[in-house]
Structures are given as structure tokens and as C-alpha cells.
Design a protein around this ligand. Structure first.
Ligand SMILES: Cc1cc2nc3c(=O)[nH]c(=O)nc-3n(C[C@H](O)[C@H](O)[C@H](O)COP(=O)(O)OP(=O)(O)OC[C@H]3O[C@@H](n4cnc5c(N)ncnc54)[C@H](O)[C@@H]3O)c2cc1C
Length: 428
């Protein structure tokens, strides 16, 4: 049986970025990617809101997102792949309390040279046509909605076309001679003793054992290194071999509302914030539901990442919930944006966040010839390139990865043993 140098399980954005960087750093290596679905990027990657931002407080977040987005900019401008990058910005709406909490963080960032613009309540009311003060609205108070005190616009942020990004990594990996096998589900990660003695039930605890590949629905695939990049599904493959990955799935839903009325079109195609010609990605004060403009389909996507008591649950086809929109999102959004009155979604989708329950940052580590790459916790699109490069550095046994733009990143910072993550202070 052929033994590959590397088997990568999962052709989501993380598996593909990892495959591409391993192959481009090791042109002679025999690298194979398998995925249970029929094409690339059909798991959570296909369900993403495809938004990115490059302004973070934490050194970890900033390095991962900013270098990845700069690489995507390079792919689009120099390598001729149209990733449909749209620098529409992020617009955060804050109530007074949150704004004052965030002020020192923002001041610090601006002293370091980061750019953002501030809007006050009356400007926002005029530009967005929103209601900013709920002191006369008992219902809003009952719902605990925050008044809009200030808005912060981050210009270095926007959207990307995820399909095109997936296509880029897939095509370039194949061009380098990599192989991908779709419709191939890994059913078991296979462990064998390094020195087999031919005893039944090997390996025993006293034997030195390692992962040697995986059983799939299309037969055994042997590899010197097996790399698990299956997003929210990681524990399904790792629990049976006693590897704790701290990655759990949680459903996230997006509802798309067509901008049919004059007032919604005005909101969607506003030029008041950037010259891109659409609303920025806009985050409400409390609860932090968001509006993601989708000008190409003349729609506005509405979403909220609910926590307690939303279950951690792995589902193959998570469904959007009608009542989540009707009694949840709609009620919140329409209080701020009366333009949405009586709007029903014309489509909706749901996917899984692959949440790293330790600190919400990606995990990249190796144990017994098995690597785990994932846990991007809802920001895998904007961090994928950096994650792929760090995984390739780990594969090559290097202490530091070189991110796009020649920034050094210590590989073990995203590992388990010597993990070193700077917490984020600029949180949504
Ligand atoms: C609603 C929603 C909105 C989001 N919005 C954003 C955003 O705006 N910006 C952002 O950066 N990120 C966003 N994300 C997060 C982003 O989509 C993820 O971080 C990213 O897609 C994770 O990629 P992945 O490759 O780890 O996982 P996936 O894309 O899920 O890839 C895992 C792959 O593994 C395969 N697989 C699983 N089990 C097996 C098996 N046993 N055998 C073979 N193959 C297997 C699956 O089929 C899948 O293709 C969002 C996610 C959701 C759900």
C-alpha cells in the first residue's frame, strides 16, 4: 500500500490552506486531501458570512487576520484571482457604557497608528435612519436593548467571496501536484505500534505507538503524517483515540432579507461611510446582532451568535430556525431599524462555529504523528492563510512560521503545551 507523506482530512478553508502551504514548502512531498463531501469548502466554510476585519487589540488576532487579508489582497491584485474583496468596513454601534469601556482600547490603538472613524448618535440616526434612544420604549427596555451612543467605523475590513478563495487554494494545490479525493469519509484514525510484534489488539500501552493514517469509506489511506482539519467535526475523529482537541460545534444562523422597499435600498446602498457603495458590516450595541450587506443579491443578511443556552452540538445539516428570526432577530433589528418592519427572510442558512473552548483562538498541535488544525471559532475565513502557514511550519518542524508580509509567528503559541494567546479587548 502507498504511504503518503501527508494525509489531510477536511477540504474546508483550513484544510485547503494547510494543504497548499505544506505542498508549496515541500514540492516533492506526496500530499493527499480527503473530504466526505462532493466538493471543496462545503462544510462550515460554505455557510460563512464572509466578513473580515484587520483591527484587533490582541497581537494574536491581529497577526493572523491582518497577514491573511493582506495575502488575499495580493492574490487578487497580483495573481489574478478575483476574490471580490470589498472594503466596506465594520461599523460598531456602542451604548454609552460599552463605549467608555472601549475608549482606552481605541485610544491605544490609534496611538499605534490604527485607523478608525467615530460617529455620534445624531449623525448615525441621520445616516442610517435608526432609532438611537429607547428611553420612551418600554418594550425595548424589557428586551434590554442598548441605546446607540457612538459608532466606530473600521475601514480596513469588509467581505470576500469565499467560493473564489476556496477555488484559489484548491486550484493552486492541484497545480503543485497535490491530490484531492472527495466523497471519502474518514471513519477512523488508525494507530499502530512503531515496532509491531504481530500480537492481537496491538498497540498495548507499553508499546510506542503512532497514527499511521485513516480508514475511509473508500479504503485505508496510509500516511507518515495525518492532519485533522475537519472543523466542528474534530472530536468525532479524535475522541476515539483519546486526543482532547477542545473544539465544539455550535449552530449559527443567517437570515437574508431582500431590500425591496425604498428605505431598505437606501440603507443597503448607502455611500455615507465608505466609497464602496454599500452599508458597512454593522453591529448593534446590545445584543450584538449584526447586519451584513449583500449588495450583489440586493439583500441584507441578519444574524446573531447566541451563547447560553444554545447547545454545543455536531450536526451534518444544521437548519435555521423560524422562531429564532421571528421572535429573536426580527424583534431586535426592527427596534433599531424601523425600515425592516414586516420583513420576512426570503432565504436562510445555518452552519456550525468550530469553537475552541479554551480561548476562542485556532489550535495547531501535533501528537504521535497526528496534527490537529482548526478551532478558528468563527473567524476561519479571515485567518485561514496564516493558519495554513503555521500548520506548514509545524509540519516542517520549525519553531517560527513566516506569515505573509514576512511577519514571524511562534508556532507553539497556538499549540496546547506552551500556548501563548493575547486576549482580545476589542470584542463584538
Ligand atoms: C453562520 C456562519 C457565519 C460565519 N461568518 C464568518 C465570517 O464572517 N468571517 C470568518 O472569518 N468566518 C466566519 N465563519 C467561520 C468560518 O466559516 C469557519 O471558521 C471556517 O469555515 C472553518 O473552516 P474549517 O476548514 O475549519 O471547517 P469546515 O469548512 O467545516 O471544513 C471541514 C471539512 O471537513 C469535512 N469532514 C468532516 N468530517 C469528516 C470526515 N470524517 N471525513 C472526511 N471529511 C470530513 C467536512 O465535510 C468539511 O468540508 C462563519 C461560520 C458560520 C457557521
Amino acid at each position: 500500500m502507498v504511504e503518503h507523506d501527508a494525509l489531510i482530512v477536511g477540504a474546508g478553508i483550513i484544510g485547503l490552506a494547510t494543504a497548499y502551504h505544506i505542498k508549496s514548502r515541500n514540492p516533492k512531498a506526496d500530499v493527499i486531501v480527503v473530504d466526505k463531501l462532493a466538493a471543496a469548502g462545503q462544510g462550515s466554510t460554505a455557510k460563512s458570512a464572509a466578513a473580515f476585519r484587520c483591527l484587533f487589540y490582541s497581537r494574536t488576532n491581529f497577526a493572523l487576520a491582518d497577514s491573511s487579508v493582506e495575502f488575499y489582497r495580493h492574490v487578487q491584485s497580483d495573481l489574478d484571482y478575483d476574490l471580490k474583496l470589498r472594503w466596506a468596513g465594520y461599523l460598531w454601534l456602542f451604548d454609552e457604557e460599552e463605549y467608555h469601556k472601549m475608549l482606552p482600547v481605541l485610544t491605544d490603538l490609534s496611538e499605534k497608528g490604527f485607523q478608525y472613524r467615530e460617529y455620534d448618535e445624531s449623525e448615525l440616526a441621520k445616516k442610517l435612519g435608526i432609532k438611537t434612544d429607547f428611553s420612551d420604549d418600554e418594550e425595548a427596555q424589557l428586551m434590554g436593548l442598548g441605546n446607540v451612543h457612538k459608532g466606530i467605523l473600521i475601514p480596513k475590513a469588509g467581505f470576500i467571496d469565499v467560493d473564489s478563495l476556496v477555488k484559489f487554494y484548491e486550484t493552486e494545490f492541484l497545480k503543485l501536484g497535490g491530490r484531492i479525493q472527495y466523497n471519502t469519509e474518514v471513519t477512523e484514525v488508525v494507530v499502530e505500534p512503531r515496532k509491531p510484534l504481530g500480537m492481537p489488539g496491538e498497540p498495548y500501552f507499553w508499546q510506542d505507538a503512532a497514527v499511521v493514517g485513516a480508514k475511509t469509506t473508500r479504503g485505508m489511506v496510509k500516511a507518515k503524517k495525518t492532519i485533522i482539519a475537519v472543523g466542528a467535526w474534530a472530536s468525532q475523529l479524535l475522541d476515539p483515540i483519546g486526543i482532547e482537541c477542545f473544539i465544539k460545534g455550535k449552530k449559527r444562523q443567517v437570515f437574508s432579507v431582500k431590500a425591496k422597499t425604498e428605505s431598505l435600498r437606501k440603507l443597503l446602498f448607502t455611500k455615507d461611510f465608505t466609497d464602496v457603495g454599500c452599508l458597512p458590516f454593522t453591529i448593534l450595541p446590545r445584543p450584538s446582532a449584526y447586519i451584513r450587506p449583500a449588495p450583489e443579491e440586493e439583500a441584507l443578511w441578519l444574524a446573531y451568535g447566541d451563547e447560553f443556552p444554545r447547545a454545543f452540538k455536531i450536526e451534518d445539516n444544521p437548519e435555521p430556525e423560524e422562531n429564532f428570526y421571528r421572535y429573536g432577530l426580527y424583534q431586535v433589528i426592527v427596534k433599531y431599524f424601523p425600515q425592516f418592519k414586516d420583513c420576512q427572510p426570503f432565504s436562510a442558512f445555518a452552519g456550525l462555529y468550530e469553537i475552541n473552548t479554551i480561548d476562542g483562538q485556532p489550535l495547531i498541535f501535533e501528537e504521535n504523528d497526528l496534527m490537529v488544525v482548526g478551532g478558528a471559532s468563527g473567524s476561519g475565513i479571515m485567518k485561514a492563510d496564516a493558519i495554513g502557514r503555521i500548520a506548514a511550519a509545524l509540519y516542517n518542524g520549525e519553531e517560527y512560521a513566516l506569515l505573509f508580509g514576512d511577519r514571524k509567528f511562534k508556532v507553539s503559541d497556538l499549540g496546547l503545551k506552551n500556548r501563548n494567546i493575547e486576549p482580545e479587548k476589542l470584542v463584538i
